[in-house]
Design a protein around this ligand. Sequence first.
Ligand SMILES: Nc1ncnc2c1ncn2[C@@H]1O[C@H](COP(=O)(O)OP(=O)(O)OP(=O)(O)O)[C@@H](O)[C@H]1O
Ligand SMILES: O=C(O)C1=C[C@@H](O)[C@@H](O)[C@H](O)C1
Ligand SMILES: [Mg+2]
Length: 166
Amino acid sequence: MPGSGKTTLGRALAEHLGVPFLDLDAEIVARAGQVVSAIFLQHGEAYFRQLEADTLREIAAQAGPLVLATGGGTPCFHHNLTVLKNSGVTVWLDVPVAVLTARLAAAAETNSRPLLATSGPSEKWLHETLSIRTQFYQQAQLRCPADACTAAAVAAQLAAAGIALG
Ligand SMILES: Nc1ncnc2c1ncn2[C@@H]1O[C@H](COP(=O)(O)OP(=O)(O)OP(=O)(O)O)[C@@H](O)[C@H]1O
Ligand SMILES: O=C(O)C1=C[C@@H](O)[C@@H](O)[C@H](O)C1
Ligand SMILES: [Mg+2]
């Protein structure tokens, strides 16, 4: 979900594991030459979802281990969850709406997320969206609850499950 800590944890996990980190939204922005909000505004969500699906498939086809922070909606469109499952270990950052709301509000206050400051997801949107998306998120191989979303905790889950990267 937006604000669940994908970028923060993803970067830390990549460092912990000694592999590169990629952020799918950032890759989409680099390809499109436009920020995500501008892609949505100018071309609409369907266009963004196609770009997201295409970019994901390009990354999945790359050789070499990496940690990928997806967008919040990525696993819910264009059979992307199958692509993710077939190419790596999937991790669900299971963070309650109350925590997401507090984090997103704090981030908007610092103005680091100008879009959220004006039209970011409301608590209502977060509730409705999480309830629709849970069916996808819960298919992740690993689940990391909000209070245990650390790189070391995920690495320990990977080790306990006998999953080696490479
Ligand atoms: N485990 C955590 N505990 C407390 N705060 C956290 C944690 N992880 C991330 N945060 C904070 O929550 C906010 C959102 O984190 P982050 O940007 O990593 O989330 P995201 O899932 O990548 O968001 P987005 O959907 O915008 O890409 C940031 O202000 C970050 O500092
Ligand atoms: O949750 C979502 O649907 C999204 C999350 C962002 O990471 C972006 O991928 C985009 O804004 C859509
Ligand atoms: Mg992020």
